[in-house]
Design a protein around this ligand. Structure first.
Ligand code: ARG
Length: 616
């Protein structure tokens, strides 16, 4: 429930009116929505669409209403007086159009901007670390009062999760970008503890082969350093070649798996060395993206597997099939294999155990998995198995809750799966560096870059380059495939992060160049919305909470991107083109609108994991 949502506040008013209009129909839920533009005109800011539904329900009854328009009019008449509403009108078959009060919008915007100084005093009383961390965020954003409050205290996002010694591919990049944004969205929604979990694939039979090869190349494993192994993918290939061509090596590899699993020191050590090499490579990607993950790989859950299987067995859920141990779930014909015929465990078994750990040891209320849609059935079956065991509530929406967020493929410009030119896998680090390099070239061509320090150039190009890669991914509905295209994502026109960064930097420069003390204006200035474009901007700003809420409910970051892009467009194409800011009689109010726009833009950037640029 977000009290800041305009939609919700209006719905509350209409709820009262509906109760008065149809006293016996206690189950009428107010249907309130922002008005869409039809044929270039908007009949109001919001509309209430209940009249037709009520009419069809009440037809046969003796009510005295002669049709939906009459019900619409009654809804208007029964609306309690409110400062929010300027006027109401009934259109077509009973739609109630609401025009919001300018004064009310202005007041709300001013409050949100002002929040910075008000809540500052509250923070003084809080823990110091929290203060330091949040102060920075709050001083920059100041709109936390617009955040909804989710009924969850502890959540976990399982994302990124690449596999050791195998490639970390663009799918993992997508998972990393989307997962981080979802984590930020939950944090903003007052979830106290949001764990960013890296469920790396650090277990499995491939390690036998890798370890056997490591011992062959370095007979004295104490001497091996991370640098010696070098390129792990080449190392993987070479060991696979040995494995496939030499039966004697194959045998050693198989024994190595057993010795690793029984915990022999030398084998554990070799395993750890191999993991460290991968981890160093993953970290380079995370460092560039500014994403922090807490690693608990598949291996961590090994000790929990037998216990969880035993519990499932005791519940009578585990059956024998073809020599394997399996679990059947509702609505799926194929069984889940939990113990393979050779007695080994698989990806699924690990997820059974990790979910158990997350629910029971970590006491998490909401667990979100971010992977490509190809794994949807895997997670669907996992959650169903848990429901069957009674370890998750039957109601999918009740807490504790598990959610799988799937995403589509990343395609190259040729419409096929994304590959580099040599058709080899693309190193993600190279991909990100390329984005930065291209930005740098573009920036250095500009006159303004002449007086920039080396550090400024580095920071700016990183913010724009990495931000562009993130935004290009996030602006697409995650369920669809998306085409990776540098030229498109780095274009400074159209719906790109580069365009948005320019728009934001321009707003900052308007404020700077006004020479006014914006803090002072925030304390004492007043917002007025007399010009229609001021009003349009004000209204859009105010809609941030409800857009955010929708993005959060459906875990769709693209809705935030769409909102952000429209905000930038309304600001520059309407407001800034038609309303002179500096030197006008309305300067104070317009500077406040600039500041509020910048604050909301930065909040969106923050939620999308993009570092804002103040000068370009
Ligand atoms: N390592 C897996 C992959 O690369 C993703 C793991 C997702 N998380 C999980 N708990 N299964 O496809």
């Amino acid at each position: 429930d977000n009290p800041a949502s305009v939609k919700r506040q209006l719905a509350q008013l209409f709820d009262l009116s509906l109760r008065a209009t149809v006293p016996d129909e206690s189950d009428v839920v107010p249907l309130v929505d922002a008005c869409a533009v039809k044929g270039g005109v908007k009949f109001g800011d919001y509309q209430c669409n209940n009249a037709m539904g009520i009419w069809s329900k009440m037809k046969g009854m003796q009510t005295g209403f002669r049709g939906p328009p009459a019900i619409g009019q009654a809804i208007v008449n029964n609306l309690p007086p409110s400062e929010m509403i300027d006027s109401c009108s009934v259109a077509g078959p009973g739609f109630v159009n609401v025009v919001l009060s300018k004064k009310w919008i202005a007041q709300k915007i001013r409050n949100s901007v002002n929040l910075v100084s008000k809540s500052f005093y509250l923070f003084i009383y809080r823990a110091r670390e929290f203060l330091l961390q949040s102060l920075h965020r709050m001083l920059i954003d100041g709109i936390d009062s617009w955040a909804p409050r989710l009924p969850v205290k502890r959540a976990l996002i399982d994302f990124s999760s690449p596999n050791i010694a195998k490639e970390m591919h663009v799918g993992h990049l997508r998972s990393t970008i989307i997962g981080d944004t979802v984590a930020r969205m939950l944090e903003f929604s007052h979830v106290e503890c949001v764990i960013r979990r890296n469920h790396v694939g650090d277990w499995g039979t491939q390690f036998g082969m890798l370890i056997a090869y490591l011992f062959e190349k370095f007979p004295n494993p104490d001497d091996v350093s991370v640098a010696d192994i070098g390129d792990l993918q080449a190392f993987y290939k070479a060991s696979k070649l040995r494995f496939d061509s030499d039966p004697e090596f194959k045998l050693r590899a198989q024994q190595a798996v057993v010795r690793l699993q029984s915990g022999e020191t030398m084998y554990r050590k070799a395993w750890k060395q191999i993991c460290d090499v991968s981890r160093a490579e993953f970290d380079k990607v995370y460092q560039r993206l500014g994403v922090q993950l807490e690693e608990k790989g598949e291996s961590f859950y090994n000790p929990y597997i037998p216990g969880v299987l035993e519990k499932l067995d005791n519940l009578g859920l585990v059956e024998e099939s073809d020599g394997a141990r399996v679990v059947f779930v509702e609505g799926v014909n194929i069984p889940l294999i939990v113990v393979k015929r050779d007695g080994g465990y698989n990806y699924f078994t690990t997820d059974l155990a990790s979910l158990w750990y997350r629910l029971n040891e970590e006491k998490l209320e909401w667990i979100v998995y971010v992977t490509d849609i190809g794994q949807q059935q895997h997670f669907d079956m996992l959650f169903k198995a848990y429901r069957r065991a009674g370890w998750l509530p039957k109601d999918e929406n009740a807490y504790p809750k598990c959610t799988h967020i799937g995403f589509g493929l990343v395609l190259g410009e040729d419409g096929k799966r994304f590959r580099s030119r040599s058709s080899e896998v693309v190193r993600l680090v190279d991909l990100l560096d390329e984005a930065k390099r291209r930005c740098k070239t573009a920036i250095l061509e500009r006159d303004t870059a002449k007086d920039w320090s080396e550090e400024e150039i580095e920071n700016t190009t990183e913010a724009i380059g990495y931000g562009a890669v993130k935004y290009a991914d996030l602006k697409i509905n995650r369920l669809t495939n998306y085409t990776f295209n540098f030229d498109q994502m780095l274009n400074d026109k159209g719906n790109t992060a580069v365009y948005l960064q320019y728009a934001h930097a321009r707003i900052c420069s308007i404020i700077r160049k006004s020479g006014k003390d914006i803090e002072e204006i925030k304390r004492n200035g007043k917002v007025v919305l007399d010009h229609e474009d001021e009003r349009a901007l004000g209204l859009h700003l105010l809609q941030f909470p409800e857009v955010f809420e929708e993005a959060c409910t459906n875990l769709l970051p693209n809705l935030l991107c769409e909102y952000l892009y429209n905000l930038a467009e309304i600001f520059s194409k309407k407001f800034y083109s038609n309303c002179q800011v500096v030197g006008s009689p309305e300067e104070t109010s317009r500077l406040l609108l600039c500041e509020a726009t910048a604050v909301v833009m930065r909040k969106c950037f923050y939620l999308l994991g993009i570092v804002p640029v103040y000068k370009l």
